[in-house]
Write a protein that binds this ligand. Structure first.
Ligand code: ZN
Length: 313
């Protein structure tokens, strides 16, 4: 296997399951996480530490994280919506924590009943909590600028607002920044422009990650655009799981197996075994009979003579 050029984070067990109607049993979640990590996925967002009364799907967050923490070579990621969620996540042994901050004021008020500035203040408290951990086991904190490319409530989101929030999150103690197209509004030109602006403002060497949805069919194009301006960390979901509850029938996140195929066919190594990944998709599909799955490569098959760069050990 060649050296890995990019990191693909599977976010299906969190972003995908957040919108599925039926509860996925804990054992099935754990089996999914194990299976995907066995085919070379090194980072998986495994759950959200949101109150179970808000999203019942994540009632087993502690159990799922404990399972994921026991998988050699895997870095589990967890999402936390607020300070209380961060406390719970750290107590459960979280090593990488993503905190979404809505750049859109309307989205922020609707989601967490806080202004964006108040959410950034909360983030600073979480950063202080994380920094109170012993250095050796200190968790990594990712500040995710959600609705960075537009918002279904507010419409346009000013790029100057995204840059300001990204800088504020870095100053508040983020270890990395993510720009998220939460509602699938982004286009490739906008992606290049915004990542360049944010990078110029927060520093060339500071890690920036990309989170795209395929709601309007531009997920892969946007991932490629981000890659072309130097981004090397991408979120996606197996089978594109995670359709938007406000846009019935619209597809979900960028499809992990299509993203792996695109990069590997370009000569960019992902470390993920594409053939075995497609087999994992079928297993997860069987465990979620009501969910909608998307994607092309799993249906069309790999091109004849295709040579993947990455093979599972
Ligand atoms: Zn998302």
């Amino acid at each position: 296997m060649s050296a890995v050029d990019i990191t693909i984070t599977e976010v299906g067990p969190r972003d995908g399951l957040q919108n599925t109607k039926s509860f996925m049993p804990t054992a099935a979640k754990n089996a999914w996480i194990s299976a995907e990590s066995a085919v070379g996925v090194r980072q998986i967002e495994v759950c959200s530490f949101v109150p179970a009364k808000v999203i019942p799907q994540f009632v087993d967050a502690e159990e799922v994280l404990t399972h994921a923490n026991g998988i050699p070579g895997l870095t589990p990621v967890v999402l936390v919506p607020n300070f209380r969620g961060c406390e719970r996540a750290l107590a459960a042994g979280a090593r990488r924590v993503t905190v979404p901050i809505s750049v859109s004021e309307a989205h922020s008020m609707s989601n967490v009943r806080k202004t964006t500035a108040q959410a950034v203040e909360d983030f600073a408290r979480m950063a202080a909590l994380v920094r109170s951990q012993a250095q050796a086991e200190r968790a990594q904190l990712v500040g995710a600028c959600s609705t960075a490319f537009g918002c279904s409530l507010q419409g346009m989101v000013a790029e100057t607002d995204v840059v300001r929030v990204a800088v504020a999150l870095r100053e508040a103690g983020a270890d990395a920044i993510s720009l998220a197209d939460t509602v699938g509004y982004a286009n490739p030109e906008q992606v290049k422009r915004l990542f360049r602006k944010v990078r110029a403002a927060i520093g060339e060497d500071f890690p920036i990650e990309a989170h795209f949805h395929n709601t309007r069919g531009l997920g892969l194009a946007n991932a490629l655009a981000a890659f072309e301006v130097g981004i090397r960390n991408f979120d996606s979901t197996l089978g594109g799981l995670g359709g938007c509850p406000f846009a019935p029938g619209a597809s979900g996140n960028v499809v992990t197996e299509d993203l792996v195929f695109m990069f590997e066919s370009m000569g960019v190594s992902t470390g993920i075994d594409i053939e075995q990944l497609i087999a994992v998709r079928n297993t997860v599909f069987a465990a979620l009979p009501e969910a909608e799955f998307y994607g092309h490569i799993s249906k069309a098959g790999l091109p004849k003579g295709f040579q993947p760069l990455s093979r599972a050990a």
